[in-house]
Design a protein around this ligand. Structure first.
Ligand code: ACM
Ligand code: ZN
Length: 360
């Protein structure tokens, strides 16, 4: 399904065709990530003629019933100042610029419906009145998805709050991760999400059609990094999309099935992020003695190595086989760090347990 973004996030089109903007430009295509005030003019009929021409070409290329028309992150500042947009509001008895956005989306929907196609839009298309046949993609949390389903619209769940933004970093410590937009999403966060909100009344749940993971690439410049970004989290997306929630079991999924899939990927040249060792999270413990046990590798056939001196462990260090007893002298501390090293030699981030003996 193609997405042709409108009326915001379209500076590149506006640089090429400045008459599509309220002021007539000139405009520069965005050079950085951002939400920009310059958007398609909703007052000029020319904007709609142009977009219908684009959509005619898209329809020819893509046989999908659905065409995504964006609709997200459209600031209203330019529309407030634009005589064309203000005239449109007046002529159509619209209340404000939010209803003008709704007018924009509904006009495009009507056109696509006339061609036998259906629209999908981000949850902002709820603002100012939802287009009659639209399917909503809920991304700013699940509230938009719930509201749309309650109005009888179909919904695709892709909330950032469910971990479905795969451009978010995969570990809490940014210093251990490649550059990313920020946020935080792991295979476990996604696995524990249920795309059908329990808050949603039973009779409306049929409107939740499925889930989507988003791979926005502002901070992803190479195909290798796309693979690293998708894997292993896409395994969890498959599970929440197609597994009955009653059958979900994080321990069994992570330690057995995902570990088995990752071992298969490990035998290829495909990039993936090796999940941290299971059974321990970064922690600080106040004790004179601590026993680390129950650690499991995140990839089948991988080994766990550890250090006790706060150095980043490698295959040159001690192998974890069962348990490690750490004794901390009075007034001292010890730092246990463990990594997973896969059969192909790929390494996870470390997990760190700091054990402090406060006795004088
Ligand atoms: C979005 O992430 N702006 C849909
Ligand atoms: Zn305008």
């Amino acid at each position: 399904i193609p997405e042709i973004e409108m009326p915001g996030h379209a500076l590149a089109a506006m640089q090429a065709y400045p008459e599509l903007g309220c002021s007539g430009g000139p405009y520069d295509a965005a050079q950085t990530w951002g939400v920009f005030d310059e958007v398609f003019c909703a007052g000029k009929d020319h904007t709609f003629d142009f977009l219908q021409g684009v959509l005619d070409e898209v329809i020819e290329i893509f046989p999908s019933t659905y065409i995504h028309i964006g609709g997200d992150e459209c600031p209203k500042a330019e529309w407030k100042k634009c005589p064309h947009c203000q005239k449109r509001i007046k002529d159509n008895n619209l209340k404000d610029e939010h209803e003008l956005q709704s007018y924009f989306i509904q006009r495009i929907e009507k056109y696509l419906n006339s061609k036998g196609r259906q629209i999908i839009g981000w949850d902002e298309i709820l603002e100012g009145g939802l287009a009659p046949n639209a399917t909503v993609m809920s991304w700013r949390g699940d509230a938009g998805g719930i509201a749309a389903a309650n109005e009888g619209h179909d919904v695709i769940m892709t909330p950032n709050s469910y971990g479905l933004y795969l451009d978010h970093k995969q570990g809490q410590d940014r210093n251990r991760e490649p550059l990313s937009i920020g946020g935080y999403s792991t295979m476990e966060i996604i696995y524990r999400a249920d795309p059908v909100p329990q808050k949603l009344e039973e009779s409306k749940r049929k409107h939740i059609k499925g889930v989507q993971g988003n791979v926005w690439t502002e901070y992803i410049e190479t195909p290798n990094k796309v693979e690293f970004t998708i894997l292993p989290r896409v395994l969890a997306i498959s599970e929440i999309a197609w597994t009955n929630p009653a059958l979900k079991n994080w321990k069994e999924f992570s330690e057995k099935r995902a570990a088995h899939e990752l071992a298969k990927i490990d035998r290829t040249s495909t990039r993936y992020r090796v999940p941290e060792v299971y059974g321990l999270k970064d922690t600080v413990i106040y004790a004179s003695e601590y026993v680390v046990r129950g650690l499991k590798p995140s990839v089948e056939g991988a080994k766990i190595y550890y250090t006790l001196d706060d150095y980043d462990p490698s295959e040159l260090d001690l192998e974890f086989t069962g348990q490690v007893k750490i004794t901390v002298p009075d007034g001292k501390e010890r730092v246990f760090k463990a990594v997973v090293i896969t059969p192909s030699g790929r390494k996870s981030n470390y997990v760190r347990a700091q054990i402090i003996n406060t006795k004088k």
